[in-house]
Design a protein around this ligand. Structure first.
Ligand code: ADP
Ligand code: MG
Length: 533
């Protein structure tokens, strides 16, 4: 509750305005039975002015109409603003989290957070808030008028209400727990779909559709079962509330009818009384809903909070030290992936010195740790303190953004965004002139293929465009790094999917490019690094 209140507090002005509008609507609505009671009593006495009463009711309806629009605008609008803020905060945080976090976290869980949990919080801040604010006006006003009509009748009518409160509290807890189960099953389902969709080619090639269907059917059934258990408890809850509401009404008719017969209460008052009683039913249900809406919201905010509490472990140091030059030194580096505790280290006791402006060629068997070394220089993963120095500074003490801007990195698995080829190449320098983009593409040996596409550099790649071959992707990734004109170059096996003839051409260009830069070139063939220092 506290955390939800903090989010609401940011928009307290709007919430207050919304509450005022809501209260005006409530009061206007609450006046209607009084007007009606007056009209009925006048009818019984034979001196009714129906036009006056009618106009009064229409006037109240118009007031309610205008302010109902505004409370929605203020209160639901606030919940949408909170939703936006929360989502932005989560996204910023996800970008700040280290690669090791994504190693250990399922994408499906993240998607579930980004959709279900944020939605539950939004709902609590919007509709949930209304289920609290509305009864705040409705209940005292209704009960006040009812008391003024007949104290004994009111006492009987509101008697079942405390029972309702206890029923709500009990159910709220069960609902809360079952909702958590639903969320977990939903995450698992999302993750399964994501994995199978991205691996669909393998799935088909190995004719595993049937197995995958069976597997998915199980996950899907679990989700459905858990949703059903939630539906059952919800159903019972709402039915029970209706039952109690009916019982209350019957009680009123019995007691109140008697009072009317004995002329202790006028017919108009009795009608007003039963109207107030039915008006009380919604706020009572609302209060019950409020319990579980806020429990859901709190649970979801709790899960989002857990995610937000994950430290962006690879963070900017408090007082970063400036790098002097680009000399790279690795001293007694032993590295084990955070997710791989208890296994042999990926790198053991590595020592190397790379003087400024020279090229280091790295060749080795797959799994020997070449990519690991490449990732430690720009701190994609964090090396142990004191083991990796760039420009005389431990990479852990250097400014993270400066370090990464200094390094042109081509990862082993080239990744392209759903954007045009030009945008992909200019990813690190979105304002780069077209001539430079084309120059980088020429050096990377991909220019000719790009201009052969119907849209040339404006060809879209990725989900909404064409797919590039592995070798083409690699060369776009090289062009992207070349365009940055970085002082340090780390290329992780960038030509593994490029044919031998083109490889020679690109290597010759790279040799030019590497001149004067501190470069690490990883390759799986010795021939690729024969020009290294
Ligand atoms: P290379 O690039 O030489 O083929 P890698 O550096 O990719 O080798 O891998 C070295 C070792 O580290 C391998 O045993 C691999 O299983 C392990 N490894 C690589 N990446 C990760 C990771 N993200 N989490 C845990 N272990 C990893
Ligand atoms: Mg590798």
């Amino acid at each position: 509750m506290n955390r939800i209140r903090q989010w609401l507090w940011r928009y307290r002005g709007r919430v207050a305005a919304g509450f005022v509008c809501l209260a005006i609507v409530d009061v206007a609505t609450l006046f209607v039975p009084l007007v009606l009671a007056d009209a009925i009593d006048r009818l019984t006495a034979g001196n009714a002015n129906l036009i006056r009463s009618g106009l009064f009711i229409v006037g109240l309806a118009v007031v309610a109409f205008v302010f109902r629009f505004f409370w929605r605008l203020f209160l639901i609008g606030t919940s949408r603003r909170i939703e936006r803020d929360l989502r932005a905060k989560l996204y910023d945080h996800l970008l700040a989290l280290p690669a090791s976090f994504y190693n250990e976290t399922k994408t499906g869980d993240l998607m579930a957070h980004a959709t279900n949990d944020i939605e539950a919080v939004t709902f609590a801040c919007g509709f949930g808030l209304i289920t609290i604010l509305d009864p705040l006006v409705m209940i005292p006003f209704s009960i006040g008028v009812m008391l003024s009509i007949d104290v004994r009748m009111t006492a009987y009518a509101v008697l079942p209400l405390p029972i309702l409160t206890f029923v709500m509290l009990g159910f709220g807890r069960v609902i809360h727990k079952r909702f958590e189960f639903v969320q977990a099953a939903f995450s698992a389902t999302m993750e399964k779909v994501r994995e199978n969709v991205s691996g669909v080619a393998v799935l088909k090639a190995f004719v595993q559709e049937a197995g995958s269907e069976r597997d998915f059917a199980r996950t899907n059934q679990t989700l459905a079962d858990r949703n059903m258990s939630l539906v059952r408890v919800h159903g019972l809850f709402h039915a029970l509330i209706e039952l109690l509401a009916g019982a209350t009404l019957a009680l009123t008719l019995w007691i109140g009818g008697g009072s009317v017969i004995r002329n202790a209460v006028s017919l108009g008052d009795f009608v007003a009384f039963s109207q107030y009683l039915s008006m009380l039913i919604w706020p009572m249900i609302a209060l019950g809903d409020a319990v579980n809406i806020f429990q859901r919201g709190r649970a979801s905010l709790g899960r989002i909070g857990v995610l937000l509490a994950v430290p962006p472990e690879i963070a900017e140091p408090e007082s970063p030290r400036a790098m002097a030059g680009t000399r790279i030194e690795v001293r007694r580096l032993t590295f084990r992936y955070p997710a791989a505790a208890g296994t042999p280290p990926a790198l053991r006791d590595i020592d190397l010195t790379l003087e400024e402006g020279t090229t280091l060629g790295v060749v080795g068997m797959t799994g020997s740790g070449k990519s690991t070394l490449a990732h430690l220089i720009p701190r994609i993963f964090d090396p142990p303190p004191g083991t990796v120095r760039v420009g005389g500074v431990d990479v852990r003490d250097a400014s993270l953004s400066e370090l990464r801007k200094t390094i042109g990195f081509v990862p082993q698995d080239a990744f392209l965004f759903s954007a045009t080829i030009a945008e992909n190449i200019a990813f690190g320098r979105p304002d780069a002139p077209r001539a430079e983009i084309e120059r980088a593409a020429q050096l990377a040996g991909i220019h000719d293929e790009i201009v052969a596409f119907s849209d040339g550099y404006e060809t879209r790649v990725g989900e909404r465009g064409i797919s590039l071959s592995g070798g083409q992707k690699q060369r776009v990734a090289i062009a992207r790094a070349l365009l940055l004109q970085p002082q340090i170059v780390v290329f992780d096996d960038p030509l593994s999917a490029v044919d031998a003839e083109r490889e020679e051409f690109i290597l010759a260009n790279l040799r030019e490019f590497f001149r004067g830069r501190t470069s690490i070139l990883i390759a799986h063939r010795l021939s690729a690094v024969r020009n290294a220092d």
